[in-house]
Ligand binder design. Structure first.
Ligand code: KDG
Ligand code: MG
Length: 403
């Protein structure tokens, strides 16, 4: 039995903060797990170091489910993003170890490949419609089969999804939260012309996606979904906050535009009603924020029973360790939909060398045993943690709103 003999939390900032758990065994094999929670990184690092790492020493690294249950049930305090990111890191690292010891890539342990590759979507964004469509053209030329469109809104100084550097969007960019101003009316007017221009320029053979980032009420989302139907979007993401899952009933009553939600979900319970009542088409939970590969697999199996597919979150705040884990998961499960792919910077890729690859709009996790991702600790140590907050949002009259 491979015994856990050590476990370390590595915090690094190669352009942005990442928290990684490294678990070592007495067989000389180690595993990695991502534990990054954007803007709250040190909370998870401390949860792991203080409350999880001491409990791991001496355990059988093969008993992934038992360790998961120990950390979930044993904490008494269930769920929540900090707890679930910490559990996810342990779970991911143990899958990595199991794969390495078996000499198999993790997707083989999950049942083997259900497809040849994983369709990913890239992020096209710009100051205005012309700019965004030009960025989308560029993604199409790179081979992307699915592209997310986010454009600046006339009359608003800045908005979610529009980056300073067009190809590397990094929202957590300030030592204290930046304040943005939001107008639902201005935004709602701006989206249909964006899709119209994109369809005109890109044609109909590419999937187009859009992220609302929790900024509409259900009835507003219903109206926007209806307005966009003629452009056949692949999905509308995070149309409205999902704490009250019944919110999505109202959207569903008004539009056939497919709905995606859940990048901030951390448990199957966050999506239970959404899935059972088929109120969504895609669930966006991912490995690091939803309890690891073991828990996400349960969520996906439950979704499969209700015609809901996956669309794992894949922004830059999910480290290459999470990206690798998500790709193994995507390749294996039957009800995969699409994978978000925001490329990391060269600095990040150098700290986390990996086997996954992009080719013609599709990704593959590679066939290295385990997850196929490593950490260069020497390089990681050169990049010190730097506090970085996500922005906040206010309405034009100063009312605090959803970012
Ligand atoms: O941590 C928050 C970001 O990952 C998020 O704002 C990005 O909405 C996002 C997306 O769809 O990637
Ligand atoms: Mg999103």
């Amino acid at each position: 039995m491979p015994r856990i003999i050590g476990s370390r939390v590595i915090v690094t900032c190669p352009g942005r903060n990442f928290v990684t758990l490294k678990i070592e065994t007495d067989e000389g094999v180690y595993g990695l797990g991502d534990a990054t929670l954007n803007g709250r990184e040190l909370a998870v690092a401390s949860y792991l170091a203080e409350h999880v790492v001491p409990c791991l020493i001496g355990r059988d690294a093969h008993r992934i489910e038992d360790v998961w249950q120990f950390l979930y049930r044993g904490a008494y305090w269930r769920r929540g993003p900090v707890t679930m990111a910490a559990i996810a890191a342990v779970d991911t690292a143990l899958w990595d170890i199991k794969g390495k010891l078996a000499g198999l890539p993790v997707y083989q342990l999950l049942g083997g490949a259900s497809r040849d590759g994983v369709m990913v979507y890239g992020h096209a964004n710009g100051r205005d419609i012309a700019d965004t469509v030009a960025a989308a053209q560029h993604y199409k030329e790179l081979g992307y089969k699915a592209i997310r469109l986010q454009s600046g809104v006339p009359g608003l100084a800045s908005t979610y999804g529009v980056s300073k550097d067009r190809y590397f969007y990094e929202p957590a960019d300030a030592d204290l939260p930046t304040e943005n101003v939001w107008s639902t009316e201005k935004y709602m007017r701006s989206v249909p012309p964006l899709f119209e221009a994109a369809r005109e320029a890109l044609g109909w053979d590419v999937h187009l996606l859009h992220d609302i980032h929790h900024r509409l009420t259900p009835i507003e989302a219903g109206r926007l979904g209806k307005d966009l139907e003629v452009y056949r979007p692949f999905w509308l993401e995070d149309a409205t906050p999902a704490e009250n899952q019944a919110n999505f009933r109202l959207i569903r009553q008004h539009t056939t535009t497919p709905l995606a939600v859940g990048e901030i979900f951390n448990s199957i319970w966050d999506a239970k009603q959404l899935i059972e009542e088929q109120l969504i088409d895609y669930v966006r939970a991912t490995v690091v924020h939803a309890g690891g590969i073991s828990h996400l697999k349960k969520l996906a199996s439950f979704a499969e029973l209700h015609n809901v597919r996956t669309g794992c979150h894949g922004a830059t705040d999910l480290s290459p360790v999470c990206m690798a884990a998500a790709l193994h998961f995507d390749l294996a499960i039957p009800n995969f939909g699409v994978q978000e792919y925001m490329r990391h910077t060269e600095e990040t890729d150098a700290v986390f060398p990996h086997a996954y690859r992009f080719e013609d709009g599709m990704m593959h996790p590679g066939d290295a045993p385990g997850l196929g991702v490593d950490i260069n600790e020497k390089l990681a140590a050169k990049y010190e943690y730097k506090r970085a907050f996500l922005p906040v949002n206010r309405l034009e009259d100063g009312t605090m709103f959803n970012w």
